[in-house]
Design a protein around this ligand. Structure first.
Ligand code: WTA
Length: 651
């Protein structure tokens, strides 16, 4: 018996076009077999694409749940991301930046080197050294990438905290990591409004004993922002410390297994987990996957729209592209500022060739309508990527058609903060894609679908697991190794070597994976376990719908009844007729089992700050419970409004 039922059957297929295939970075499908035959040799070859001070003497050591890669090898991440490109790419643009108000900056590799070296020396002067933790709480400005790279140069461990987090979240993260120094900005911008970063930082740091200095980047032009109090000697301006710093900084020789960074991600219990990544394995994984999955060529302009506060920003805004000597674009602001075509204006004016964004953004673009991308020349784009949530087949098709001009391959990439790098994804010159499927694991990885007992499910639904360690895997949870073992390696007690990803998935007859969502969200209706993704995708396939979230609520007879929260496309009106039509649509496409009892129309869904739908809160609403923890929400007003609407609907 399958642990998760499979409902949907998506039949559309897309093969790589001949001209794309011929020029692709990875063209030879035999790479999968070669990597599977000897994964350690495969990863060692990928690691050799980096610059090492001293080679490793052992590729991998696995004593579950702990792994080490490239034992005895030494390297420096900033050397790999900057120095080694200077001979051939000194004048090539490394960072292409646009601020929300439209200000622009570019940094060549030569200029980036200068800045990273000076920042590294400035950090040393402020007392930061090898192994010390540095918290970074900045808007998406070039200084964020410079600060991260500067930390790696001197062996300091960075912990980037997304600039949209509250003072309390920042405080908890600083305290958990015991950070010595905080780098922040006077303000940030969000939809034209200044965000008081420094004020938030001051509130946080008031309760952080470990912080010795706060370095403040001046984001506002002219005189520093009013209202940002300055507490000398604790506080120092970025431009002051940089002015006095030398542009030559000898890089630390880091052990492959030295900690590179900590990145906090929310866990089920509310207390955030500090995911720990190390140096050699992480850089190997992100460098290899950036090159292969995004088919990086020398003249590409690569835009990953994530903030550096998320793992996607670490791996595919900063480390992966720069390790490959690519041009990486950073955009500070919102996609709908000043208008809903900002992304397309950016793609056009910066001649973006590869775009990597999230389903939450793609569904927002669908909701806003086709006219916005149609205003711009997107013909430079040649490859599109998606990450962060399951992408509904209809959103995938919309992305391919309206952004990719039916020309660009779409790579749906599955991975996690914990995996460090992309795990399941098409290779765009090789893989035939199916909308809604992340396809198969990349060479060198071993992902499987397992049932509750740990048995492999070749076709059907089950739990996604990794059966062998991979280089960019998290090494532990900062300060809580027991939680690490418990969270990731205890799902199958008789097999403590299996990594449990927390996601449900199905596998089709071609062994393609279809991620169904977090197993905590799986629905249980009359004994059938249903992933939220499939019902949501059917709703999104209705022409009136842009986005949908489905949750289960207690039901005396069925166990659970389904409640659907639906966002309509621009120009479509909610009505009782549409509600009935959507119910019928689900019954037609899936069957009566998935018929939603409740259908609620809403302008917005509650989302985390990184854009994932928070189904847990929707369950609270559907079951009439008091709302649980809403502190991780991007916009708490959304749930309050929904709760009111739901209650009035029931009465
Ligand atoms: C989900 C983001 C389906 C999944 C890189 C995973 C996805 C969690 C996909 C990790 C995808 C990410 N298809 N689901 N292509 N990519 N997810 O840590 O549930 O922010 O476990 O890392 O996002 O989220 P995280």
């Amino acid at each position: 018996m399958n642990d998760i039922d499979v409902l949907l059957d998506e039949r559309r297929r897309f093969r790589p076009a001949d001209d794309f295939r011929q020029h692709a970075v990875v063209r030879d499908p035999s790479v999968y077999e070669r990597a599977a035959a000897d994964p350690e040799a495969y990863w060692a070859a990928r690691a050799r694409e980096l610059d090492w001070f001293t080679p490793w003497n052992r590729v991998m050591e696995w004593t579950p749940p702990h792994v080490k890669w490239f034992l005895g090898g030494t390297l420096n991440v900033s050397v790999n991301c900057v120095d080694r490109h200077l001979a051939t790419r000194r004048d090539k643009t490394a960072i292409l930046w646009e601020g929300e108000p439209g200000d622009r900056r570019t940094l060549t590799y030569g200029e980036l080197s200068h800045e990273v070296n000076r920042c590294a020396n400035a950090l040393r002067t402020l007392g930061v050294g090898r192994g010390d933790r540095v918290a970074i709480y900045l808007p998406l400005v070039p200084e964020a990438a410079i600060a991260m790279l500067a930390c790696t140069r001197i062996g300091a461990i960075h912990s980037v905290v997304f600039g949209g987090f509250s003072p309390d979240s920042l405080r908890d993260r600083i305290n958990d990591a015991g950070a010595k120094l905080l780098i922040t900005g006077d303000i940030g911008y969000r939809r034209g409004n200044p965000v008081p970063l420094k004020r938030n930082a001051d509130t946080a740091v008031a309760a952080c004993l470990s912080i010795e200095h706060v370095v403040v980047v001046q984001r506002t032009p002219g005189t520093p922002a009013a209202g940002a109090a300055f507490h000398a000697p604790r506080d120092v301006w970025w431009h002051d410390v940089m002015r006095h710093a030398s542009p030559d900084c000898v890089p630390e020789r880091m052990d492959a297994e030295d900690v590179l960074y900590i990145l906090y991600t929310s866990g089920t219990t509310g207390r955030p987990k500090g995911i720990v990544h190390t140096t050699g394995g992480y850089l190997t994984g992100v460098a290899a996957t950036t090159k292969d999955v995004f088919d990086l060529h020398e003249d590409d302009v690569f835009w990953c729209t994530a903030d550096v506060g998320w793992v996607t920003g670490h791996s595919y805004v900063v480390y992966g592209p720069l390790a490959n000597g690519a041009t990486t674009m950073l955009y500070e602001g919102a996609p709908d500022w000043p208008d809903k075509d900002r992304f397309w204006a950016l793609c056009e004016s910066h001649r973006v060739t590869v775009l990597y964004t999230a389903p939450t953004a793609i569904r927002a673009f669908m909701k806003w309508g086709d006219a916005y991308p149609a205003r711009h020349d997107l013909s430079r784009l040649r490859l599109l990527g998606s990450v962060g949530e399951p992408i509904n087949p209809e959103a995938w098709i919309w992305y391919r058609r309206h952004i990719g001009g039916d020309r660009c391959p779409v790579v749906d990439t599955w991975w996690q903060t914990e995996t460090g790098a992309i795990v399941i994804s098409p290779l765009p010159g090789i893989t035939e894609t199916k909308p809604g499927s992340a396809t198969v694991a990349l060479p060198g990885y071993s992902a499987e679908l397992l049932d509750r007992g740990g048995k492999v499910i070749p076709v059907g639904g089950g739990f996604l697991a990794m059966t062998r360690p991979w280089p960019s895997m998290l090494r532990t949870i900062w300060g809580d190794d027991a939680r690490y073992a418990e969270t990731y390696f205890s799902k199958w007690p008789q097999r403590p070597d299996l990594y449990f990803a927390g996601d449900g998935a199905k596998r089709d007859e071609d062994a393609y994976f279809w991620i169904l969502g977090r197993v905590d969200d799986v629905l249980n209706v009359a004994g059938h376990r249903i992933g939220t993704m499939e019902v949501e995708s059917v709703l999104v396939s209705h022409p009136a719908v842009a986005e949908a979230a489905v949750v289960g609520r207690q039901h005396d007879i069925k166990g659970q009844a389904l409640a659907a929260f639906v966002t309509l496309r621009a120009g479509r009106q909610s009505s009782n007729e549409l509600r009935d039509e959507l119910r019928r649509h689900v019954v037609d496409k899936i069957g009566a089992i998935a018929r939603p009892d409740d259908v609620l129309f809403t302008a917005d869904l509650p989302k985390t700050r990184s854009g994932k739908i928070m189904r847990r809160l929707l369950r609270d609403i559907a079951e009439g419970r008091a709302l649980g923890d809403t502190t991780t929400l991007a916009d708490p007003a959304v749930v309050a409004g929904l709760k009111e609407q739901y209650e009035s609907m029931e009465s």
